[in-house]
Write a protein that binds this ligand. Sequence first.
Ligand code: HEM
Length: 475
Amino acid sequence: MLLFITVVAVAVAIVYSIASSIASYRKLAHIPGPKWAAWSNLWLVRGQLSGQLNFILRDINKHYGKLARIGPNWVVCGDPAEIRRIWAARPNYRRGYWYRGLRFDPYRDHTLSTLDEKVHSQLRSKMLPGYGGKDVDGLHEAIDVHVAAFVELLEDKYLAGDPSKSHVPYRTVDLALKIQLFTLDVISTLAFGETFGCLDADADTSGYLEVTERVTPILAAMAIFPWVVDFLQSRVWRLLIPNVNKIVGFGIMKLAKRTVDARYGEKPLIKRDMLGSFVKHGLSRDEAEGEAMTQIVAGSDTTATAIRATLLYITTNPQVYARLQREIDESVCAGRISSPISDAEARRFPYLQAVIREGLRMWPPASGLQPKVSMTDDVICGIRVPAGTSVAWAPWTMMHDKGVFGEDAYQFQPERWLDTPPEQLRVMEQTAMLGFAGGSRYECLGKNVAMIELNKVFVELLRRFDIVLVDPTQP
Ligand code: HEM
């Protein structure tokens, strides 16, 4: 009898799964895309795990058009105007369930993971003053300290050689890693009021980089399956493994807790820093802890990627390098800039600003799927998209759109930001800034902080060092 029931149950499960696969296949059958993606999410998972999903989605848009199917219930859109419309402040679209997978504490939401539009907007409004630097003292100075430490590390440890000898024994340095140490030190200072001290130690002191490089691709792949997210965040799992944070490996969550605990309770520590601003504007203790962590996760790797990619483009484009160097050198010689350069001074460097924009455009640092889901049927790029479909974005397609950036969109050409007529420039600006998820609903809260870092770091490096690639085939 038991065998009979088991056989029937398995048969019902198989029939149900085949029927639902066919139903979901038919729902988006009119949208072009790779054959296997229409039947299984494994196509998307494979792309995510390859670390090349940004390029894969760009190629998909090239092949199938600006709207393509990439999963049984997924499409990707590479049209900047459509993405702006979908992300704009209107109630029709919501974040997809994928965002739930961004929780680092499986049992609690933060700004980036919350799906509830109302909760999200309330959280944002409590944090806007802090992120905007309104009631924060010493934001710029805190960044300056780490810019100076970055330069000092390179000068003390990696700049060597005797110029009197014909073969100067240059030392090599993995700048990509040092840049990550720099952004981690900046963001830990802003989030916790105490630095991780990575630059001083010349090491990933908190182990954050090691953990994220190992765990992030797996988490991003799992986020594609809502049932996996639900299972991992379920009460059953909590009973089995009460201290899941240790497994995920975010040891710095302890630091977040310690820092936040000091700001609440009977004798709270009152400080005019970002956390102080969050507390002042009504964030609860749990929320503040989550948001301190969010700053690290959202603000370190993104900014590091922007710096690394832009520096790579500068050093591999001699005409850009020379022009930027000239702009910096002339100002240094004329005594027009401080050391480190102030944010206000850097904003007056037209070519530097063009280089920064072009770097963000060429290599958009945030390139997760970031899906939004419509509550009603919609038409995207002229194709009907049924309600409930996850609509991902393809930053690589949008940022290299020839219609927006011109025929040379695939080249690093900062000049385009200086000699394009104002009307087109506005469209270019809007599109490039989608890299920070423009619009009042989702726009990056840390954009101001990131721009201050970018405004300082290139000038401070290039005014002191000439940078060349050791192995151009492995930059
Ligand atoms: C070049 C650097 C950066 C880029 C390209 C970038 C990009 C983005 C993008 C695309 C989003 C939207 C995510 C979404 O809702 O799908 C976002 C959100 C966010 N970013 Fe950034 N980010 C950068 C730096 C930073 C920094 C330095 C911080 C912290 C100081 C930060 C904090 C945040 C936070 C808190 C959110 C969540 C906003 C919300 O959910 O409403 N970001 N960022």
